[in-house]
Design a protein around this ligand. Sequence first.
Ligand SMILES: [Zn+2]
Length: 347
Amino acid sequence: MATQADAQELAALRALSASIGLNPHMTQAAGGNTSLKAGDTLWIKASGTWLKDALSDDIMVPVAMAPLLEAVEERDPAADTPQAFAIEELNPRGLRPSIETTVHALMPQRVVLHVHCVDTIALAVQADGEAEVARRLAGIEWAYVPYFRPGLPLARGIAEKLRPGVDVLILGNHGLVVAAETVGEAERLLRRVRSLLARPARATAAPDLAALTALAGGSAYRLPTDVEAHAVALDPQSRRMAEAGSLYPDHVIFLGQGSVVARPGEDAASVTARRGTAPMAILFPGAGVLMRGDASAGADAMLRCLADVTARVDAAARLNYLTAAENDELVNWDAEQYRQKLNAAGG
Ligand SMILES: [Zn+2]
């Protein structure tokens, strides 16, 4: 830390990060990240750590900003491995900076918050989302960045859309970035944007837990940790949206491509037999959701997220789904290392 003022801001950022991390409508599992610029150093959340642990654990890593920005500018693949830019003497635990470090470095403001805000994602998956956001964020300097894989491709996409004064980014099929000169201002901007983008969730019936227990039968499937997750199977519109494909990257990383819906008469064992593999989650129309027994805390958080997002999407809207190539890119991209890190953190 360069100065006392930087140290105070970092302490404030850790407190804000923990509160964002505890709000499932703002961030889920190891998703989302926060940062502070102190001189030439960017302090950024470490890959695989959870924002909710920002006060109890050391989750911030120092990164040398100038060489990282140079790598983005030159489209150097090194920008996709931000650990190469960590300042080792200030990083005794050898933490890896978030894959989204470049998003933070590109924003000129001192404090950057990137969240997988449910209200934002619900708009950012609609084909007409950009126009709807424009109506809601009138008076705010914001930019819409279409979907790119997190890392260098997203950084390049942001660099193309950034203009002086922009302090809000809506990331298509992904989430929200807000930036400000102080932690306090960033928090106020985050609250303001979220409330401007908020839409009510469609109400659903209660899950049928007795039916779900029967459908699990002798299999290793279990109930999800959050009762809110069942809504994605109970609401016909939400279920239709989920079944049609993957809506954002963390869904693919934690739950696999798309969502599996049981056919009439199927239980967990027959779904597994039909597919030849046991899905991380199974949606049972009218009953609720079952999770595979070994599903991580991160997988549970992402299923809850899917229910929260789809319940807010306009049922009449056309949706943008990740393409087959985009799904593959996420599954195969540094996959085991990245996913296992996240899952270990969640377990
Ligand atoms: Zn993200």
